[in-house]
Each structure stands twice: as C-alpha cells, then as structure tokens.
Design a protein around this ligand. Structure first.
Ligand SMILES: NC(=O)c1ccc[n+]([C@@H]2O[C@H](COP(=O)([O-])OP(=O)(O)OC[C@H]3O[C@@H](n4cnc5c(N)ncnc54)[C@H](O)[C@@H]3O)[C@@H](O)[C@H]2O)c1
Length: 345
C-alpha cells in the first residue's frame, strides 16, 4: 500500500454506491462533472486523481472538497503503480486527464504524448486486466476539418494538430484493445465545450477576461473558423449516460447542432458585457488551424436518450456571469496565458 492512497477506498461495489475514479478532475470538464454528480445524484463516491498540470485549479472544486463522497489524490495517470492501486478500488474510470490546448501542442507536443497517449494507455491496460469499465473522453478534433459534412461514429480519423493526433492515437489503442481483449471501454467524442471553470487560455474565458479589462481581444485569421459549441453541463449529462448505459467498445459523438464562427462568438460576448466591438483585433492565424468541426450525434440521442438542455444564448449568459462573479479564479493569471499568439510563445 502506498502512503498516498486514501484509506477510505474499499472494494465494496453495490450498484447504489458506485465508486468512480475520475482523472483530471481539477480541470474544466472534470470539475463540472464531479460537482454535478455530487450535487444532483446520491449514488456515487468519487476519487479524483490529477497531476495539477496546466488547466487545473483546486479552487474549481472548492465547494465540494469537504464532501464525504469525494477524495483527491495528486498523481499522474502515467504512474502505473498508483493507477493499479486506485483502479483496484473503483468500479469505473472516467478519463478526462489530458493536455488539452491545441496552441501549446504546436509549441511543444511532448507533454501531450505523455498524458494523452501513455496516460490513456496506462488506464486502458490496467482496466482491461482488472475487468473494469473505462470511459475515454475524446474530441471532435480527431476527425480534422470538414468542409460541409458531419462526422458519424464511423468516419475516418484525420487529425490536424499534435493535440488531436494524440487523442486519435488513444482511440486507436482503445480500438485495438476492444478487438483483441474485449475491453470494457466506451469512448465519447464531444465538440467545443464552454461554461464555468474553463481555463483562461481558451477562447471564451479569454474573451470575457480581456473584455472585462477593456483590453484588445485577439482572434485568429479572419475569425471564420467554425466550432459547434456545447454547454459543459450538457456534455456531462452525456458522459453519465455513456458511463451507465454505453455499450462496450462503442463510440458516441456528442454535438450541440450549434455551429458558429469565432468572430460571432466574440461579438456575442461583447454584446452581453456591453463592451465595444472595436476591442476585437484580428491577428496572425495559428498554423494548421482547422476551419470547421462538425459531428452527428444521432447515435447517443436515439440510443441512450441524450439531448442538450441549454441553448447558446442562455449558456453564454451564465458563463459570463460566472466569470464576473468569480474574479479570484482569473485576476492573477499570468499575462502570457492571455497572449495574442500563444502557439508562438
Ligand atoms: N474542452 C473541450 O472543449 C473538450 C472537448 C472535447 C473533449 N475534451 C476532452 O475532455 C477532457 C478534459 O478537457 P478539459 O477542457 O477539462 O481540459 P483541462 O485542460 O481543463 O483539464 C485537464 C486536466 O487533466 C489534468 N492532467 C493532464 N495530464 C495529466 C496526467 N498525466 N495525470 C493526471 N492529470 C493530468 C490536468 O492537470 C487538468 O486538471 C480532455 O481529455 C479533452 O481532450 C475537451
């Protein structure tokens, strides 16, 4: 037994008290998922393992940190001995942990290979050997840019960025384990999330923070890149369904049918915040910038009964409000995080 393993974890697995190992739960989506489960459901005990890398913030989980149903372990998903121990004490692993910022992957892809491939593989191998379920949180970016069509679960993987390539690599390993060992893995792929607790480096929080300080808001190229924005809570609902009802070896695309270009997104935020549109500054585009992502999510809607509940205007208003009400999360953020062209720096 390692001394960093919390003593509370037992191997009791009654269905009414499911033990989840969430990885990367100090980040954006993982923290929203944990809070949702602990606040809205009574059936889960959650251990969160996170290496406290870029994107993480312990304050994201401040409101539930004293819950009896929650424990935190600092550690990396690449640490095989730690993960063997933690997985042996849970029923299911939900793997959110990843290096997640495309711009940083252009600057230095190495940490992305470590967390997103080696880390995912470590969990896959251990869950397979221990006969546990793994839910892998993947992305629409594995399909690359699509001019007009929407990717289905069977579309060709065609990643453009080093980040997307590492997520696709994890998917290929998962596929090989499903075929070879019949591993109990469910993979979800989601479009661009927005909502509370997203790290300041990403487009929507960055825009809100800079606009609040009346600073210029950089937009790559001419702002015509299209993403299908989904409110994080809707993504978390889909993950829970995949965890409880998803079929082993299957993939589920999660999209919001809300394709909008970056310029329009930023203009909407400025409107909500009553800030002038001339804060917008078009800047040099990042290399390999995919023009459009799009997926079809009929499979999860029809098969598992998922639907989105939050429209974009409502979600964006809630998001702006959250950042304005929680300035302590972002007010001391180093200026390089809000840089105009982070992929260069
Ligand atoms: N944000 C999106 O729009 C989006 C869309 C689709 C899929 N995803 C996927 O969802 C997951 C979560 O994304 P996010 O936006 O919350 O990312 P995030 O960057 O906000 O959080 C990632 C978390 O993972 C942790 N982490 C990274 N490497 C680790 C390691 N080796 N061991 C333990 N912890 C580690 C970080 O410390 C951080 O807390 C990622 O797998 C990402 O690929 C994100």
């Amino acid at each position: 037994m390692y001394n960093f393993i919390p003593y509370f974890i037992s191997t009791d697995k009654s269905e009414s008290n499911m033990k989840l190992l969430v990885t990367g739960g100090l980040g954006f989506i993982g923290s929203n998922f944990i809070i949702k489960l602990l606040k809205e459901k009574n059936d889960f005990e959650i251990t969160n393992v996170d290496a406290e890398l870029p994107g993480s913030d312990k304050r994201n989980l401040g409101e539930i940190q004293n819950s009896e149903k929650y424990k935190f372990v600092k550690g990396s998903i690449t640490n095989k001995r730690l993960m063997e121990e933690l997985i042996s004490k849970c029923d299911t692993v939900i793997n959110f942990a990843a290096e997640s910022f495309v711009d940083r992957s252009i600057n230095d892809a190495d940490p992305f290979l470590v967390s997103n491939i080696r880390g995912a593989f470590t969990i896959l191998d251990i869950t397979t050997k221990q006969h546990k379920r793994m839910v892998q949180i993947s992305t629409d970016e594995v399909f690359g840019s699509l001019a007009s069509t929407s990717a289905t679960e069977d579309s060709k993987l065609n990643p453009s960025s080093p980040y997307a390539a590492t997520k696709a690599a994890a998917e290929l390993l998962i596929n090989s384990y499903s075929v070879t060992y019949g591993s109990d893995v469910v993979t979800t792929r989601c479009t661009n999330n927005y909502g509370p607790r997203q790290f300041a480096e990403k487009l929507i929080p960055k825009t809100i923070i800079l606009a609040n300080q009346n600073q210029k808001i950089p937009i790559y190229g001419n702002g015509s890149n299209i993403r299908d924005w989904i409110y994080v809570d809707d993504h978390c609902d889909a993950i829970l369904l995949a965890l409880l009802k998803g079929k082993s070896g299957e993939y589920y695309n999660i999209s919001a049918n809300n394709e909008i270009d970056n310029l329009t997104v930023v203009k909407k935020i400025l409107e909500i915040m009553n800030k002038p549109q001339d804060l917008i500054e078009l800047v040099e585009d990042r290399p390999g910038h995919d023009l459009r992502y799009s997926m079809n999510s009929t499979k999860i809607s029809k098969g598992l009964g998922w639907k989105k509940n939050t429209n974009f205007n409502e979600g964006l208003n809630k998001t702006v409000e959250w950042y304005l009400q929680n300035p302590e999360i972002w007010k001391d953020i180093p200026s390089k995080i809000l840089d105009t062209t982070p992929w260069k720096t």
